[in-house]
Design a protein around this ligand. Structure first.
Ligand SMILES: Cc1cc2nc3c(=O)[nH]c(=O)nc-3n(C[C@H](O)[C@H](O)[C@H](O)COP(=O)(O)OP(=O)(O)OC[C@H]3O[C@@H](n4cnc5c(N)ncnc54)[C@H](O)[C@@H]3O)c2cc1C
Length: 492
C-alpha cells in the first residue's frame, strides 16, 4: 500500500509521519522546498487556545490539547515561554469578562497576573495596562520541526520529493485513484502508483483539487509580520481583545515578531509586503508598546492562511480556525482521495491524525495513530541550547561550520531554513560570504555566485518592506560594504 501526500508543509509532513508510523509506505511531493509555503511564513506562536476562546471554542480547545502534546513530542523545537493576555487602557471590559468565562468553560489553564508582575516581566509594555492574565502559550521553531518530521519519515522508509509538483491524477476503471503524475525541476512527467492520495497543499489545496474533482470553498487570507532585531520580550504578549490586526508579539531566539494582519487575497503566493502595510502594522502597537516605533526593525514578511469557508462571511477573522477533512468520493471525485483544509500550525498533528484515519478506513486497514506518544527524532543540537563557546560562521544566529557542513546538498537559500544563517541583524551581509566560501570546494563558482545573489535578493526584499530609521541606515551600510568591500554586483 502506498499513499502520496501533496505538500511538505506542517500538515503534509505531519500526515506522512503519521502514515509512516502506522506502517504505510508514503511519498510526499512538494513543488518547492520544505517551509516554502505558509508553514515557513507564520508567526511562530504555539497557541494555548486563548486567542480563540470566545469566538471559536472548538478550535481553542484543539489548540490547548495539541499545545500540550507538542511540548512532549517535539522537545527542543518548542520554547515554553508562556504568554500574557494584556488589556490596554480604554478597552472593552465586557470582552475580558466574556473571555474569562470562556476560558473557564473550556478549561484552558490561566491565572490573573498582578500589574506588578507584568511590569516587571515586560517593562516595554504601556504603563497603563489595566489587567493581565498568564496562559500556556509558547513558541514553535517551525523550520526545525519540519526537518525533524522529514527525518522521521525517511527513517521509516518514506520518501520526501522536493521540487516535484503534482500535475495529474490517474483514476482506474472502478473510479479509484491508481497513481499520480508529477513534474520535477528537470522537466518531464513521471507516474507514481498509489492506493491513496492526500491533498495537504495549504493555500493551493483548492487548485490542486481541480486536478481530480471540483474545487472547494477556501478563504485565503494574507497576513503581514514585522521582525525586530532584538528579543524584546521573553513571553508571548497578546492583546486582550477580539482577534484583530497587530495584537501579538512573539519572541524567537534573538529576535521578536509582531503581527499580524488579515486581508482576503486570491493568490496563494504571499508576495513581499509594502512599506505602507508594515507601517500600518507598526502604528497598531501604540496602546501596547508605545516605544515600538523606535525599535530596530529588520524586515517584514507575509504568509497566506489556508482557511476553509463553508459559508460566506465578509471578514476572515470570523472564518473558523478549525479544519475540515473532505472525502472527494462524496463530492463526485475519485475514491481514495482526501483533502485537508484549514487549521493552524499548532493543530497540524491532530489534522494529520484525522486525515489518516479517513484514509486508512478507505484502504480497509486497521492501524491506530501513534503520533501523540512517539517523540520526533532530534536533528542534532537544539537552537535553544547556549552556543557561545565556539567559532561561528554566522555570528548573529550562532551557526557553526559543522552545522553548515551537515547539509552538503543544500543550496545557500536552503541552508537558511536548515540552519538559520543570515536571519539575524546583519541579514547575511557578512556570513553569506563566509558560508559561501565553505562551498567553494565544489568548484562550481558560477552556480555559487548565482546562489549568493539570489539569497541577497530574498533578504533585500524583506528589508525593503521596512525601510525606515536604523534599518534604512543599516541597509545603506550593508549595500556599500557589499559593493565596495566584497565586490558584489548590486542586487535589485
Ligand atoms: C500570517 C500568518 C500567521 C500565522 N501564525 C500562526 C501561529 O502563530 N501559530 C499557528 O499555529 N498557526 C499560524 N498560522 C497558520 C499556519 O501557519 C498554517 O495553518 C499552516 O502553516 C498551514 O500549513 P500547511 O501545511 O497546511 O500549508 P503550507 O505550509 O502552505 O504547505 C502546503 C505546501 O503544498 C505545496 N504545494 C502546493 N501545490 C502543490 C502541488 N501541485 N504539488 C506539490 N506541492 C504543492 C506548497 O508548495 C506548500 O509547501 C499563521 C498563518 C499566517 C498566514
Amino acid at each position: 500500500m502506498r499513499v502520496v501526500v501533496v505538500g511538505a508543509g506542517a500538515t503534509g509532513l505531519g500526515i506522512a509521519w503519521d502514515l509512516s508510523l502506522r506502517g504505510i509506505k508514503v511519498t510526499v511531493v512538494e513543488q518547492g522546498d520544505i517551509a516554502q509555503g505558509t508553514s515557513g511564513r507564520f508567526h511562530g506562536l504555539l497557541h494555548s487556545g486563548a486567542r480563540y476562546a470566545v469566538r471559536d471554542p472548538k478550535a481553542a480547545r484543539e489548540c490547548f490539547e495539541e499545545n500540550k502534546i507538542l511540548r512532549k513530542i517535539a522537545v527542543g523545537s518548542i520554547e515554553p515561554t508562556g504568554g500574557y493576555f494584556v488589556e490596554p487602557e480604554a478597552s472593552n471590559s465586557d470582552y475580558s469578562q466574556q473571555w474569562v468565562q470562556a476560558m473557564n468553560r473550556l478549561g484552558i489553564t490561566m491565572r490573573e497576573a498582578s500589574l506588578g508582575e507584568i511590569r516587571l516581566r515586560v517593562p516595554e509594555l504601556h504603563p497603563k495596562i489595566q489587567r493581565a492574565y498568564w496562559v500556556p502559550d509558547g513558541v514553535i521553531n517551525g523550520f526545525e520541526l519540519l526537518f525533524r518530521m522529514r527525518q522521521g519519515i525517511e527513517m521509516q522508509g518514506g520518501t520526501v520529493r522536493l521540487f516535484t509538483r503534482l500535475s495529474g491524477v490517474k483514476v482506474g476503471p472502478l473510479g479509484r485513484v491508481e497513481g499520480v503524475a508529477v513534474q520535477s525541476r528537470q522537466g518531464g512527467t513521471e507516474w507514481i502508483a498509489c492506493d491513496g492520495l492526500i491533498n495537504a497543499a495549504g493555500p493551493y489545496a483548492s487548485e490542486v483539487a481541480k486536478l481530480f474533482s471540483h474545487p472547494f470553498p477556501m478563504r485565503l487570507s494574507r497576513g503581514v509580520m514585522l521582525v525586530f532585531a532584538e528579543r524584546k520580550v521573553s513571553s508571548v504578549i497578546n492583546r486582550l481583545a477580539p482577534p484583530g490586526d497587530g495584537d501579538i508579539l512573539v519572541p524567537h531566539h534573538r529576535i521578536s515578531i509582531w503581527g499580524t494582519s488579515d486581508e482576503e487575497t486570491r493568490s496563494p503566493e504571499a508576495g513581499p509586503p509594502s512599506i505602507e502595510e508594515s507601517r500600518r502594522l507598526l502604528s497598531l502597537a501604540r496602546d501596547l508598546f508605545p516605544e515600538m516605533h523606535q525599535w530596530r526593525v529588520l524586515r517584514a514578511f507575509s504568509g497566506v492562511r489556508p482557511l476553509y469557508q463553508a459559508e460566506t462571511s465578509s471578514d476572515s477573522r470570523h472564518v473558523t480556525r478549525d479544519f475540515t477533512i473532505l472525502d472527494h468520493a462524496q463530492m463526485g471525485g475519485p475514491e481514495g482521495v482526501v483533502s485537508v483544509v484549514g487549521g493552524k500550525w499548532v493543530t497540524y498533528r491532530l489534522m494529520a491524525e484525522k486525515a489518516v484515519d479517513a484514509m486508512v478506513a478507505k484502504l480497509g486497514i486497521t492501524a491506530a495513530c501513534k503520533t501523540e506518544d512517539v517523540l520526533l527524532p532530534p536533528l542534532g543540537e537544539s537552537r535553544l541550547e547556549p552556543r557561545r563557546d565556539r567559532v561561528n560562521l554566522c555570528e548573529c544566529e550562532e551557526v557553526s561550520g559543522e552545522e553548515v557542513a551537515a547539509w552538503p546538498e543544500a543550496s545557500l537559500g536552503q541552508l537558511r531554513t536548515r540552519t538559520w544563517f543570515s536571519m539575524g541583524p546583519c541579514q547575511g551581509t557578512f556570513c553569506l560570504h563566509r558560508v559561501a566560501e565553505t562551498r567553494l570546494a565544489d568548484g562550481d563558482v558560477k552556480r555559487l555566485d548565482s546562489e549568493v545573489m539570489s539569497l541577497r535578493r530574498e533578504r533585500d526584499r524583506g528589508m525593503a518592506a521596512a525601510l525606515w530609521g536604523d534599518n534604512a541606515r543599516q541597509w545603506a551600510l550593508s549595500r556599500s560594504i557589499r559593493s565596495q568591500v566584497l565586490a558584489e554586483v548590486e542586487s535589485e
